[in-house]
Ligand binder design. Structure first.
Ligand code: NA7
Length: 546
């Protein structure tokens, strides 16, 4: 006879919704899969922790939040969407991106198959039924043949465990939990801790608004000029008639953009020619000075130093105060340029020329604790009304590891990845059948961009599901050997670059205790795309299909 708890769980399982696929996350990856799997005839549901579509753009509403991939790279390639949508800016802000997601949801009719406010907390594989049982925090249960995680790389916030956070009398915020109602920041004393993309966007937008702004910097941000453009009357970056070719070209570029590294090395050119190229890339804005430059920039220390020196001299010229100049753009290169996420800026460095904006170097004056009044460093106590903790995320793996996912052996994903991350092609893991993820570890991810990766990986996953349906197969699982081999490829590619010499979230460095390892596939989008295509053509090599 079963126990009382057994009968309760039987009851709840009886009410489980049966699905062909459960998709988690309503950002680019998730909405793409909902549309395309449903069109292909699968019974699908999309569940999302937030209250609407947008993924990171649903959560990140802080002043200045903006994508730094330009459009039309940063949109879906479906003509039904772009023929009926006009962007207002070359680099749209967070509110415009949410409006775009509402447009996508309407044109693709997504709402009827989406459940919001549903944080997935666990998933268990049942080998007998060949299905995942997935539970959300609010108590919904799904039984799905496929479990498709589109949780992105920045879904688990990171706040350092400073003493005294709870004692602070003002407002303590992580930017990705920005309140939906407008905050009264006018004239206030505000701290921004962290100088990643979030910190610099926030600081730039807050500076003209607040009374005092203190930016707490641990590592410099080698931001490049964004070169924002406002569009009038539906005008866009390129004519719409060119869009189909443009979208096809995304898989030809290292970063999934419409530009690529050039086929020359830094010192192939004489200093004058090199300077002309740098100036041109600088003037064009976007990530061009990072990803449309000499092909050896991320590989050769001397080439890298040359790029840094150009960035440094350009940046130093914007900053008036000698101490601040040395902190924001030091003469001596602190780390390899481009091996830590480069950001795009719109006047970030110039804010430090204002007398009410302060730069605090946490290396020379570390944060000791948060106090009721503000932040106590080794030098003094700073008083604030707001402390904005732009300290980032347990990037790339944290979004997946925060869910209790257990395969047939009972082992959890956290346990499987405890010492190191293993995947096959950055899509799936051995011991976790019929489970796939997008925009995660060991794929190009931040070296690609949301929509490009969503389409490339989403199409591949759908192709595999169709293949299985055609052949009457029920179960697909990564072979252990193939995930060991993929890890070797990921490490070899990364070790050929300068990335491992630099501390960054690309290497897991930002979270205390996280294993240090290259978390990304650095072979570029074209090689990744080719590898996925070949695996499919050869009957899904690296996977066991039953
Ligand atoms: P990031 O890029 O992880 O930036 C976090 C920032 O917070 C970074 O400057 C960190 O310094 C800083 N940080 C983290 N912990 C501390 C402590 N303990 N003390 C002081 N400063 C600290 O997150 P973002 O939100 O800016 O961007 C995430 C991604 O979203 C971004 O790359 C885009 O792809 C979009 P560090 O550099 O580690 O020394």
């Amino acid at each position: 006879m079963g126990s009382i708890t057994d009968s309760f769980s039987d009851l709840s399982l009886n009410s489980a919704q049966e699905l062909g696929a459960l998709i988690v996350g309503a950002g680019f990856g998730g909405v793409y899969q909902l549309k395309h799997l449903r069109d292909a005839g699968y019974k699908v549901k999309l569940v999302e922790a937030g209250a609407d579509y947008g993924g990171v753009w649903y959560w990140n509403r802080y002043p200045g939040a903006r994508v730094d991939s330009s459009i039309p790279v940063y949109e879906f390639s479906d003509p039904a969407l772009w023929q009926t949508w006009s962007w207002k800016q070359r680099f749209p802000g967070s509110a415009e991106l949410r409006a775009y997601f509402a447009h996508v949801a309407e044109v693709w009719d997504l709402r009827r198959d989406t459940e919001f406010g549903a944080f997935v907390e666990s998933a268990v594989w049942d080998d007998g039924e060949s299905k995942w049982t997935v539970k959300t925090k609010k108590g919904d249960i799904y039984k799905a043949e496929f479990f498709l995680l589109n949780t992105g790389f920045a879904a688990k916030r990171y706040i350092p465990d400073w003493k005294g956070i709870d004692t602070f009398k003002g407002n303590f915020l992580h930017p990705s939990y920005w309140p939906h109602e407008e905050l009264d920041l006018k004239g206030k004393k505000v701290a921004v801790i962290g100088t990643g993309s979030t910190g610099i966007q926030l600081a730039t937008d807050l500076a003209p608004l607040v009374g005092e702004l203190a930016v707490f910097q641990r590592t410099i941000n080698t931001s490049l000029p964004m070169r924002q453009v406002d569009y009038q009357d539906g005008e866009q970056e390129i004519p719409r008639k060119d869009y189909p070719d443009f979208f096809r070209g995304r898989t030809d570029s290292f970063g999934g953009f419409d530009f690529n590294f050039i086929g020359r090395s830094t010192f192939d050119d004489d200093p004058e020619t090199r300077r002309e190229l740098y100036e041109k890339l600088w003037a064009e804005g976007d990530f061009k000075f990072w990803l449309a430059t000499y092909q050896d920039m991320l590989f050769d220390p001397a080439a890298n130093r040359e790029a840094y020196n150009f960035w440094r001299d350009k940046t130093r010229a914007k900053i008036h105060d000698a101490r601040v100049r040395d902190l924001l753009a030091p003469m001596k290169q602190p780390y390899s340029f481009g091996c830590k996420r480069v950001s795009l800026e719109n006047g970030y460095f110039e804010i430090f020329n204002e007398s009410h904006v302060h730069l605090v170097d946490v290396n020379s004056t570390p944060i000791e604790e948060i106090t009721p009044k503000g932040i106590k460093t080794s030098e003094k106590e700073w008083e604030f009304d707001y402390i904005i903790c732009a300290t980032g995320f347990d990037s790339i793996t944290g979004s997946l590891k925060q869910i209790d996912i257990r395969g047939p052996s009972g082992q959890s994903l956290q346990e499987h990845w405890k010492k190191a991350t293993y995947t096959h092609m950055g899509l799936s893991v051995s011991g976790f059948p019929n489970m796939f993820f997008s925009y995660g570890p060991q794929a190009p991810t931040p070296f690609c961009n949301g929509p490009t990766c969503a389409e490339l990986q989403g199409d591949w996953i759908l192709g595999l599901m169709n293949h299985m349906r055609d052949k009457g197969l029920k179960k697909v699982e990564v072979e252990e050997e193939s995930e060991n081999k993929w890890r070797e490829i990921v490490l070899r590619l990364a070790n050929a670059t300068l990335l491992p010499n630099t501390r960054s979230w690309y290497m897991g460095d930002n979270i205390p205790g996280k294993p240090r390892e290259p978390l990304l596939y650095l072979g570029g989008v074209p090689a990744y795309y080719k590898t996925l295509g070949e695996a499919a053509k050869n009957g899904y090599t690296g996977f066991k299909l039953e």
